[in-house]
Design a protein around this ligand. Structure first.
Ligand code: NAP
Ligand code: F7E
Length: 326
């Protein structure tokens, strides 16, 4: 039997490698889309030992013709669109690029599917940042109104509705995974969880004396990226395409994350190491996110396996190991 094929955009990021590993375990041929670099960084793929198992193809979310060519020449069974300017903090300074890559890029991909490969299934990496201030009694689910608070959130709302619209207009199998924050040892260093676990590991090893952070009060529903890619895959194997909220249903403040990370290295007087730095405050904040993922549990049979404490420990230990090896 012929292997199933999938294009994964954003293959070099955090989620790309976890998803690719899952697809490879299911015997897919995986095409990983990367931009044109003078020196690409395959570190996350080699961390999972799959660097040599991917077929790399060149494309850029801002370059319509590159996406058209890929869809036309590969005509894959599935496309997982994970590529994005995903750092909320930079999206005010890079508002146009963020809009083009995260918003228009999705329109280009959907249009390419419609014209050249209408049976290809499409997964869009939507996000809890679309909710922003929106909540119902402190929770967010598929029916909660969007009120994004950053150019990143706005760009993802555009992509979300374009995905829904192509599903409704052209009967494409196109779905949105509305994923809440998910983390891992592969998380980019500028995101708060990895910044904290890397900083705490450095302090423990005597390589740094302080950790500078912004808003310690905001709350996030943090899960493990390895669990969340299973939900992406499950969404693409249903009878009909649909949109799903994915999260743990438990949230914690940045302060609690910091406390837990220091606890993992047996440092009790953690407050002496933390400095609040206004440079890391945002023009508008998303204060509180908590997923009600009942639909995913009922329809996809999905639930997270790794809890908050285990996640923090996993990330701190990975950073200690990485830094000690240097
Ligand atoms: P990530 O680590 O930032 O990875 C994103 C990838 O997209 C990077 O490899 C980046 O390439 C690539 N990319 C950026 N601009 C591009 C462009 N113009 N053309 C092609 N590729 C481009 O993000 P992640 O955490 O894996 O998240 C995956 C997706 O899920 C993103 O769309 C993100 O917005 C969304 N999401 C993430 C979370 C989360 O908590 N992690 C939650 C909800 C939704 P370079 O390596 O070249 O920079
Ligand atoms: O911030 C606060 C910050 O940058 C989390 C992306 O994957 O998840 C991610 O977006 C919170 C915010 O992630 C620092 O103000 C305090 O309230 O780790 P973050 P994010 O903005 O939630 C969503 C679901 C996505 O879709 C995004 O792609 O932590 N915070 N001090 C800080 N944040 C950072 N980065 N650095 C600080 O020093």
């Amino acid at each position: 039997m012929q292997k199933k094929t999938a294009i994964v955009t954003g293959i070099l990021g955090q989620d790309g490698p976890y998803l690719a590993k899952l697809l490879l375990s299911k015997d897919y041929k995986v095409y990983g889309m990367i931009r044109r670099y003078s020196k690409p960084n395959f570190e996350n793929l080699s961390y999972l030992d799959i660097e040599d198992k991917i077929e790399y193809v060149t494309g850029d979310m801002t370059d319509e013709s590159s996406l058209m060519n890929l869809v036309k020449s590969i005509r894959p069974d599935e496309i997982y669109n994970l590529a994005a300017q995903s750092f909320v903090g930079s999206s005010w300074d890079l508002a146009k690029f963020t809009t083009e890559a995260n918003g228009l890029g999705v329109l280009y991909l959907l249009t390419a599917i419609k014209h050249f490969s209408p049976t290809t299934k499409f997964y869009q990496a939507a996000t809890s940042e679309m909710f922003g201030l929106g909540n119902v009694d402190g929770w967010q689910d598929e029916k909660t109104p969007f009120h994004p608070r950053s150019p990143y959130g706005v760009s993802k709302v555009y992509a979300y509705w374009m995905t829904v619209n192509f599903r409704e207009s052209y009967s494409l199998y196109a779905c949105n995974g509305i994923l809440f924050n998910h983390e891992s040892p592969l998380r980019g260093i500028e995101f708060v969880t990895r910044k904290i676990t890397d900083g705490v590991a450095k302090i423990k090893l005597g390589l740094a004396q302080e950790l500078r952070l912004g808003n310690m009060d905001s709350k996030r529903d943090w899960g493990f990226a390895g669990d969340y890619v299973e939900a992406m895959y499950a969404m693409m194997q249903q009878e009909e395409a649909d949109d799903y909220v994915i999260g743990t249903g438990e949230n914690h403040s940045v302060r609690e994350f910091v406390e837990m990370a220091f606890k993992a290295v047996d440092i009790a007087d953690w407050e002496t190491f933390v400095t609040i730095d206004p440079r890391f405050m945002r023009p508008a904040e998303v204060p509180d996110l908590k997923a009600r993922a009942d639909k995913a549990r009922e329809k996809l049979g999905w639930q997270p396996k790794i809890g908050f404490e285990e996640l923090v420990k996993m990330m701190v230990e990975a950073d200690l190991k990485r830094l000690s090896a240097k």
